[in-house]
Design a binder for this molecule. Structure first.
Ligand code: GTP
Ligand code: MG
Length: 524
């Protein structure tokens, strides 16, 4: 297909491959889950259904992505560890983290009813994610020990806090009572005041949950004599254990030792310099427009399986647009979005401080929110069709330094829409008229725009420019008094003259109130 003069904008995209032999962990955690758990009346300090739902989503992730060999989660977070030789999406960090968080999020939305049959999902749950690269197996061991320590101490603290609240203390009083309180004192408090032996509380609350695979023989088929043919298959197990990085536990798991290696020492102390590296986040360039482009993962298959109309399914596009509108309503720093087919580009204002401009936080939150929304809204758009499997989207963040380059970026996407849509319209008309796919392809090889116009009008009596504008030009979303969807030619600079206010900077104080801040579920 022809290259447009806008293709140069691709050079602003950067690669973020995590080189061998670093071990890759993707960690996700709930966004605003304190509010989410209050609205959905999760039991305190721990809600078994919510934890089981998290475990069930993590199991789905592990089954979907065979390169993940170990996972550990508690509360509203989960860490997924890839095998050391993984070449998943060429080890590109943003692809890995967005696909995992997107898939996890849409599974969470689709499985909600299974775990909370009496409760409607009031609004889309979403998750942040980041990639942690561990230079050695020892660093991974420390990382996992650090997460399990957080589980132990958060849970102890939360348990004390909610027991104090139940006994009549105010939030302030409970916080004051626990200030500077050591682990032993908290254990004592539970035992003396409430008769609770902390060690007897459910393992899942105290120790978190880990998922790893064991190899089991399964019957895959029968030969002509009816004898079973068996193969080794890896099955995920959910396990609770006091110390996930103890040699005794880890080194006994054959798959872990094979795919990651065995631990040589026990963890004596968590090194602070390692923890610093686990907390490190890449920041996007200041004073640049941030574009988050998301794209449906294997939507060719998804659209086939769900019987989307070809080449354009208006309902599928309307669903994408509705999700984009919801994204603009949720993330106030997004000023404009442009979508076509299974992709959407979201533009954040130039001086946005959303999530301190941390790339993975921003891209994961948007991808995750969009994915849950897509799963939740599905029935509204396809009342006759069940969602056969959870859709997922990948995402990337790119910075554009000026309005002109940003406009060229958006023009590039619309030129792409035009080229693809014109081609697909001709292709499917030829196929519907009786040509094979190969013949249709041959017919269109090397044809220019004008020739395709003529082919449509000569052979099919179709005037391309009379086809629905949403198909030909894609959709854009922006904020007036309301967030609205529209269709127009955004390649022409006259569009940006007409809509000049969209990219104008707001005064800093109006946007500060719009920041979405991550709040911890922990009572401490
Ligand atoms: P990856 O993005 O690389 O995972 O592959 P993909 O299969 O999603 O393909 P890509 O993103 O390049 O293209 C989107 C695909 O989604 C199109 O090729 C179509 O097959 C499908 N698609 C998107 N919108 C529609 C639609 O309205 N109708 C139909 N029938 N298919 C659609
Ligand atoms: Mg796609």
């Amino acid at each position: 297909m022809a290259n447009s003069k806008y293709e140069y904008v691709k050079s602003y995209e950067f690669e973020d491959e995590i080189m061998q032999p670093n071990l890759i962990v993707v960690r996700l955690d709930g966004r605003n889950f304190e509010r989410f758990s209050e609205i959905h009346e999760f039991e305190k300090p721990n809600d078994v259904r919510a934890l089981n739902l998290m475990n069930s989503c993590a199991t789905a992730v592990v089954e979907e992505y065979p390169d993940i060999v170990f996972s550990y989660g508690f509360d509203d977070e989960y860490s997924f560890v890839f095998k050391k030789t993984s070449n998943f999406y060429q080890r590109r960090a943003s692809k890995m983290l967005t696909l995992i968080v997107s898939f996890f999020s849409s599974v969470y939305a689709t499985k909600w009813k299974e775990f909370f049959p009496q409760k409607e999902l009031e609004y889309p749950p979403s998750f942040h994610a980041r990639v942690i690269s561990c230079a050695t197996l020892e660093v991974l061991q420390v990382y996992l020990a650090w997460r399990q320590n957080a589980c132990h101490s958060d849970n102890l603290c939360r348990t004390c806090f909610w027991m104090l609240i139940r006994s009549g203390k105010t939030i302030e009083e409970a916080k004051e009572a626990l200030k500077d309180c050591q682990k032993e004192e908290k254990n004592e408090l539970l035992f003396q005041r409430f008769g609770i032996n902390y060690k007897k509380l459910p393992e899942m609350f105290r120790q978190g949950s880990c998922i790893f695979k064991t190899e089991v023989e399964v019957v895959v088929k029968y030969d002509e004599h009816g004898n079973p043919i068996k193969r080794l298959r890896r099955k995920p197990n959910i396990v609770h254990t006091q110390n996930i990085v103890a040699k005794k536990f880890w080194n006994e798991q054959l798959v872990l030792v094979k795919e990651l290696g065995g631990f040589e020492d026990e963890i004596a102390k968590i090194k602070t310099e390692y923890v610093k590296s686990f907390l490190f986040e890449n920041k996007l360039l200041p004073s640049t427009y941030i574009v988050i482009r998301i794209d449906g993962c294997h939507f060719h298959r998804f659209s086939d399986i769900h019987g989307f109309e070809k080449p354009n399914d208006a309902q599928a596009l309307n669903l994408m647009n509705t999700c984009a509108v919801a994204v603009l309503k949720e993330f106030h720093d997004i000023v404009f979005a442009y979508g076509v087919s299974d992709e959407y580009s979201f533009v954040l204002r130039k001086n946005s401080q959303f999530n301190q401009r941390q790339a993975s936080q921003i891209v994961s939150a948007i991808v995750s929110f969009f994915s849950t929304m897509y799963a939740m809204k599905w029935k509204e758009f396809f009342p006759q069709k069940n969602l056969k499997y959870p859709p997922s989207f990948d995402g990337r963040a790119v910075c554009y330094p000026s309005e002109e380059i940003l406009q060229d970026y958006l023009a590039w996407r619309q030129v792409d829409c035009h080229i693809n849509n014109q081609y697909n319209t001709c292709f499917w008309m030829l196929v519907k008229s009786g040509k094979t796919k190969a013949e249709a392809q041959q017919c269109l090889k090397g044809t220019q725009t004008q020739e395709k116009y003529e082919l449509l009008s000569r052979q099919f009596g179709t005037d391309y420019s009379s086809l629905p504008v949403m198909f030909r030009q894609g959709s854009f979303v922006y904020r007036m008094k309301e967030v609205v969807v529209d269709h127009s030619n955004i390649i022409e600079r006259s569009f940006w003259k007409e809509y000049s206010s969209i990219l104008e900077e707001m005064p800093a104080h109006t946007s500060a109130a719009n920041e979405c801040t991550q709040t911890s579920v922990s009572a401490s």
